[in-house]
Design a protein around this ligand. Structure first.
Ligand code: ARG
Length: 564
């Protein structure tokens, strides 16, 4: 960034202040190819001022520009191309990284504003599927990114622990359940009951009425219903937490849908006071026609509440509790309509802060091109995926580095990290097919590849021994291979900014692959440890690569082992 300003200032000075610094900054381009320099200024912006053709202005501008800080400034057609002074540029970038360490890239976009992030939010009594993995890891990475940009993220697990499906589950348990069986293997057993319920109720629709009655009892605080529900919830949560622990992810709040049970009346009252509720075939709805949306169903005929009613209560609660700068919901794109409705109802209620609510949608994970579904029993279980990934990582390590200390811990870091990285490397909205072998590869655009690049940098530093890089007088670097690495390093703060603004962890994942690639290319061409006057600078660059790769992985929620 600093460097771009240097270029802009040189132009402002050379044009006697005809253009403002901001204006020039916004016009400066980064050429596609390096032989066109590091930055380019299109001179046609000045053709009105000077009443000349840009091809004529460019060479005249070059004459006037102070060349200090540049290797070269030259006119090519209507452009003025700037080649930065590689030595001083690299010196500055490396010194900044060594001094700031993992704080490099930190910035103040958020002014400490609160940002609740609704994430993961699996449904009780069902296994956590690959779909919930996406929400968990995207949400977690966004939290780390927001923190780095000086927001205060609050990670909320809005558990699906309320709703008509609990009526079904209780009904199923009453019909076919055994306490002993549930105790032995809670999640799978409860899922079995639930799936069985759906198989049977097609032929026996009266079961649905029974289930509805159970849910109504639950909403009214009936003791038997409440106890069963509490039991199912406790068992599920225990299981979910074991997965979160494996992923290394924690939450600030587990306030799920049931938390809003006693906050729903207020929502219905408010909607009534504001004259927004309408009756429609016995149910209560809010008409959203002017938003081009279907009506929001607030209360069913039997008086029980719905998913969106609980989300309205949650939105208001979060606003009151956190006075948020933004409120995020990391939820699959199949719920886009739901969040549009949610925002529209809040707007109708007169809450301007609804504009700060953002649905952060993401695409589907498929398997062999097919959609996954809990109801049909076609699911990939997250715990299986994580265990398989760790096993594969173990095998790879046994082949490549059998004497590695902490083998098991490294295999965990690599296996789990690979699954997380694979997810985050894809742009949020893309659908992708899950293929475990591809995820855990050590080559190509994978998590292990980035981890391996970091470990390689660490091993070079170990070989170099104790060198006080922080206080070394760096000579700077000017060869082609290191230039590519230095430029990548200098881009990191901008990448963090972009990832935050676009709510897109893939920006960082892709960046970490680019940096790894350029570092590996550099390493293949250069003997870092040769004694000459650039040795300290080369080591400083290796140390900087290690810092930035580790920090990139941390922002994604992936560990970076020092050896692998
Ligand atoms: N439990 C829901 C599901 O698994 C996701 C909940 C998302 N969060 C929310 N506030 N609606 O589909």
């Amino acid at each position: 960034m600093e460097q771009k300003k240097l270029v802009a200032q040189a132009i402002v000075d050379a044009t006697d202040g005809q253009l403002s610094l901001d204006e020039v900054m916004s016009k400066i381009e980064v050429p596609k190819s390096y032989d066109l320099g590091d930055y380019a200024f299109p001179a046609f912006i000045l053709s009105k001022v000077y009443r000349k053709a840009p091809q004529q202005i460019a060479p005249e501008l070059v004459e006037k520009i102070d060349q200090d800080g540049f290797d070269k400034v030259e006119a090519v057609g209507p452009y003025v191309n700037f080649f930065l002074d590689k030595k001083s540029f690299s010196k500055n970038v490396l010194a900044a990284i060594l001094q700031k360490k993992e704080g490099y890239g930190q910035q103040d976009l958020g002014h400490a504003g609160n940002v609740p992030i609704d994430m993961s939010s699996p449904n009780i009594a069902k296994p956590m599927s690959m779909g919930h993995l996406r929400s968990t890891v995207i949400g977690n990475s966004l939290a780390e990114l927001l923190k780095k940009a000086n927001y205060n993220p609050i990670k909320i697990n809005h558990l699906g622990d309320w709703g008509t499906q609990f009526g079904k589950l209780i009904e199923a348990y009453k019909l076919w359940g055994s306490e002993e069986e549930v105790r032995k293997d809670p999640i799978n057993t409860l899922l079995k009951y639930y799936v069985h319920f759906h198989e049977v109720d097609e032929k026996q629709p009266e079961l649905d009425d029974e289930a509805r009655a159970w849910f109504k009892k639950l909403e009214n605080g009936d003791e038997e219903a409440t106890n069963l529900w509490q039991w199912f919830r406790d068992e599920s949560l225990k299981f979910f937490k074991s997965i979160y622990q494996k992923l290394g992810i924690d939450f600030d709040s587990y306030n799920g849908e049931s938390f809003y049970n006693d906050k729903m009346d207020e929502i219905v009252d408010l909607l009534e006071q504001k004259n927004l509720l309408q009756e429609s075939r016995g149910a209560e709805i809010v008409d959203l026609e002017k938003y081009g949306l279907n009506p929001a169903l607030i209360k069913k005929t039997d008086g029980t509440t719905l998913y969106i009613t609980r989300d309205l209560a949650a939105a208001l609660y979060r606003y009151r509790t956190y006075n948020f700068a933004q409120s995020l919901y990391v939820v699959g794109n199949e719920q886009t309509n739901h969040f549009k409705q949610l925002k529209a109802v809040l707007k109708e209620m007169g809450y301007e802060w609804a504009d700060n609510i953002h649905h952060i949608p993401f695409g589907l994970i498929t398997s062999g091109g097919k959609k996954l579904s809990t109801r049909k029993g076609n699911i990939i279980l997250l715990e299986d995926v994580l265990n398989d990934a760790v096993d594969l990582a173990k095998k790879q390590i046994a082949e490549k580095n059998p004497d590695l200390p902490n083998k098991d811990q490294v295999a965990e870091d690599v296996g789990v990290g690979a699954v997380i990285f694979h997810d985050l490397k894809n742009e949020r909205l893309n659908n992708f097919d899950f293929n475990l072998e591809e995820v855990v590869r050590f080559e190509g655009e994978t998590g292990p590849y980035v981890q391996y690049s970091h470990a390689r940098a660490m091993s070079i530093l170990r070989k170099a021994g104790n060198i006080d890089l922080e206080n070394a007088q760096l000579a700077g670097l000017n060869d082609e291979e290191s230039w590519e690495v230095v430029r990548q390093l200098s881009n990191f703060p901008a990448m963090v900014g972009r990832a935050v603004e676009e709510y897109e962890p893939s920006v960082i994942a892709k960046y970490s692959i680019r940096l790894s690639k350029s570092f590996n290319k550099y390493y293949a061409h250069t003997k870092v440890l040769t004694d000459d006057d650039q040795k300290d600078s080369r080591l400083a660059m290796v140390a900087s690569v290690a810092i930035v790769l580790k920090e990139s992985l941390r922002l994604l929620g992936v560990n970076a082992p020092n050896e692998m």
